[in-house]
Design a protein around this ligand. Sequence first.
Ligand code: TA6
Length: 289
Amino acid sequence: MLNSEIQGVKFDKLPNSSLDCIKISNKFCDALVSFQGAQVLEFTLKKFKKPILWLSKLNKFQAQTPIRGGIPLCFPWFGSHKMLSNHPSHGFARTQLWNLANITVNEFGHKIVFELTDNALTHTYWDYSFKLIMTINCGEKLELTLHIENLDKNNFDFDFAWHSYFPVNNIKQASLIGLYQMEYIDQLSSHNLKKQNEKIVVFQEEIDRIYPSTTGCFILMQDNTNKIYIESTARSVIVWNPWITKTKLLKDLENNSWQNFVCVESGQVNFQTVTLQSNHSIVFKLLIS
Ligand code: TA6
């Protein structure tokens, strides 16, 4: 067990689990972050007294099992692997144990820095040398910075997404602003390119859409008054809710949980795949408030 002399930092284990986590509390927010996946699991802004991330109650927090909720990182591919069906959905970053590089606190809150470098397992899935640095700023806003370094002698392509789960009181009263006139791929139909003709996205049925090129800035109306601002330097966004039938097929979701979350996932996917040259790096940011 790690111990911490830093104010507002507590190292612990996830419930009934061997997985390490960090509990953060400061004047702005409370947060829970797992070492597995460098994944923010919970984040509550004290001024609103409500969580701005959603976490499934059925997570068992078993090692190398994806945790449903918070902000899982999909890297170095999104969704199923294009060629190899036995490769993990959404890549390996979210099920790897990341190294805690640093934690600091100042008047603006806590900054946690996690790192992940290639290892024998990652090379079986993706034969490149790399380093990921995830910086998590827990303050008046939740800010994630992902720094991707290509340490390989070859260039490599990657997709990524912060697969963020946001709470809504009733999905049917929620809506998403910021996608008007953007093109999207409907994962539930013929995968052909469609256009967002309505000014807002509403949720009246299962939805699974990839918008490859957007402004990166959105407003999630949780209901008629409460809203969450999502701003990213990444250009793609994926919008997902499994609705009734799909939810029943996911063992880490309660049957009625589809009513209380929506995923608005910021990243670079599809024709926004990133090509990173050897010995180069790139940085993406996500701000949630
Ligand atoms: O959010 C888009 C998506 O690719 C959906 O198709 C669904 O598979 C979801 O991700 C959840 O994926 P997971 O592997 O976390 O169950």
